[in-house]
Write a protein that binds this ligand. Structure first.
Ligand code: SF4
Length: 528
């Protein structure tokens, strides 16, 4: 479905802001690829682009790939921006540049929906999901695209049902420039972890698309040139277990039909380990990675943050179970919790060793607006507004001690020897459990072979010849080459390189200790 009944034509420029350098966006891997420049196509902005009236020309610019130019702004009649808190400065910068061309600028997405106050300069604030506020915005721009005299705040009261969502306008994005493809099946999560803003923003009763919408989206992604990995951006893939079970047979069928052209990944709670019927179907659908917010191995801390569901099976056992279905676990970890002790860092490093999880995003606790944590810390007078800090939380342990502990964990957990040993474990005990998928004509095509050769050349040269951890690399790479596992080698080498490089800089204070920190270490996108 898309907005209808609008006669006037407006040219809309959708601009997605740059990310600040972050552990989870893999930018140190990009130079090893054949031209990747950004992480994932943004679902929200491409959805809005697809919802606009069919006769409205839309231009989509992802500033992680190239900045919006003078010509783009001169072409447009209005500008749409969307993003997360971490992109706040860049969003405000886009607004400033658009205003230089006297264009009306509207902002939507998770950050403005949680914190409208962050965006005083924008002309239109779109608070909430796709719905009546979107129709109102379109109608206002249709009748008058000029900047309103004062800021207009539009709040969605009636959301468009996800079953009526159009396919995001993937065709507007340069999909080959992205590290991963993205897709969304559901929105919302039934849990209420203290630090998380998802239930507050999107509700506790997950809303869903239909399986047919998802397979149609996969078809569209394929048509647009996406092969390789596609990430379900759902906050919790098993937020509605029945819905996950309904979808999975369709995914299996789609994969069989297309020759398993995509490797799938998602986010889910660790208690998925208790659901063998889901895990088995995910294995069949060629899910290869699950991001689980393990947060901490400390049971007291999990209880305190209302994440008891992580303890429905012992954590290490849960990780092993998921691995036994061929899926690697990626884990989110939080430091700076009230339950942390001076020895928490050591306990975390012991957990990293034992779990054999290669990729853990380790962040300092950050209180997000619209969360129970924010409310509690506000009551306790423990929220600190100071951009020079890596967190807005007044920790119970001294701040410097928490940050030093984080730096140490980053430095040690991602030492090349340790990281590659964890990957070797995955090769032996996780990847070996995956279904054997056929080699597709697409994989055998010259274009794909050329792509692989470019990546291999980059990896061999930049890591195997020039790299300072080349011995560790070759110890892993040679057996992979002997097994003919080129794809596996490329995938591990790229991710590992990013983790090693990012963690090295983080351990000496060159990266933020929180994904959400608004502290910026890069210059804003220059105005054109
Ligand atoms: S399970 Fe995940 S998405 Fe759900 S509330 Fe907890 S952290 Fe948020």
């Amino acid at each position: 479905m898309r907005a209808e009944g609008i006669e006037t034509v407006r040219r809309i420029l959708c601009v997605f802001p740059r990310y600040t350098s972050s552990f989870g966006t893999f930018e140190y891997a990009y130079p090893l690829t054949d031209g990747v420049q950004a992480f994932m196509p943004p679902q929200g902005l491409l959805l809005i682009a697809a919802y606009l009236p069919a006769n409205w020309p839309v231009r989509f610019i992802d500033e992680n790939i190239r900045p919006a130019s003078k010509e783009d702004f001169e072409w447009a009649e209005a500008v749409f921006v969307s993003g997360m808190h971490i992109q706040r400065q860049h969003m405000n910068d886009i607004c400033r540049r658009a205003h230089a061309f006297d264009l009306a600028v509207a902002i939507g997405g998770p950050s403005v929906s949680a914190c409208p106050d962050y965006y005083p300069s924008f002309d239109y604030l779109h608070v909430g999901e796709l719905g009546d506020a979107t129709d109102d915005l379109i109608a206002r721009l249709a009748s008058d695209p000029s900047r309103p005299e004062r800021q207009v705040v539009l709040r969605t009261a009636e959301r468009v049902a996800m079953t009526d969502f159009p396919i995001p306008a993937y065709e507007l994005a340069e999909v080959k420039r992205y590290f991963l493809g993205s897709i969304q099946y559901s929105s919302g999560c039934p849990y209420q972890c203290e630090f998380c803003d998802i239930p507050g923003l999107y509700g506790r009763n997950p809303r869903l698309k239909s399986p047919q919408q998802i397979t149609a989206e996969l078809d569209r992604l394929l048509e647009c040139g996406v092969t390789g990995s596609v990430y379900f951006v759902d906050d919790n893939f098993i937020g509605n277990r029945k819905a996950a079970l309904d979808l999975l047979p369709h995914l299996v069928e789609w994969q069989k039909k297309t020759g398993y052209v995509m490797r799938l990944a998602c986010e889910a709670t660790l208690n998925i380990a208790k659901r063998p019927e889901i895990l088995e179907k995910m294995r069949e659908a060629f899910f290869v990675t699950i991001f689980c917010g393990i947060e901490t191995p400390d049971p007291d801390a999990l209880k305190a943050m209302q994440k008891d569901h992580n303890m429905m099976v012992p954590i290490l056992e849960g990780v092993r179970t998921i691995n036994s279905y061929g899926m690697e676990v990626v884990s989110g970890i939080i430091m700076g919790l009230d339950t942390d002790k001076p020895e928490t860092g050591e306990a975390l490093l012991a957990f990293v060793d034992e779990s054999r999880i290669p990729l853990l995003t380790i962040n300092l606790l950050q209180a997000l607006p619209q969360t129970p944590l924010w409310d509690r810390l506000m009551r306790e007078n423990r929220l600190i507004e100071d951009d020079s800090r890596d967190s807005n939380v007044d920790f119970l342990l001294p701040y410097d001690q928490v940050v030093d502990s984080w730096k140490k964990c980053m430095g040690v957990a991602f030492e090349p020897e340790k990281l590659y040993a964890r990957y070797q474990h995955q090769v032996d005990f996780t990847y070996a459990n995956r279904i054997k998928v056929p080699v597709t004509p697409e994989q055998k095509s010259w274009a794909n072979i050329k792509r692989g050769l470019i990546m291999l050349r980059n990896i061999f040269w930049k890591i195997g010849v020039l790299g300072d951890y080349k011995k560790v690399f070759w110890k892993f790479a040679l057996p992979r080459l002997r097994h003919g596992d080129i794809e596996g080698l490329i995938s591990v080498a790229m991710i590992a390189h990013h983790l090693i490089m990012f963690a090295r800089l983080a351990s000496v204070g060159h990266h933020n200790a929180s994904n959400y920190s608004i502290r910026l270490r890069e210059a804003a996108v220059p105005a054109e």
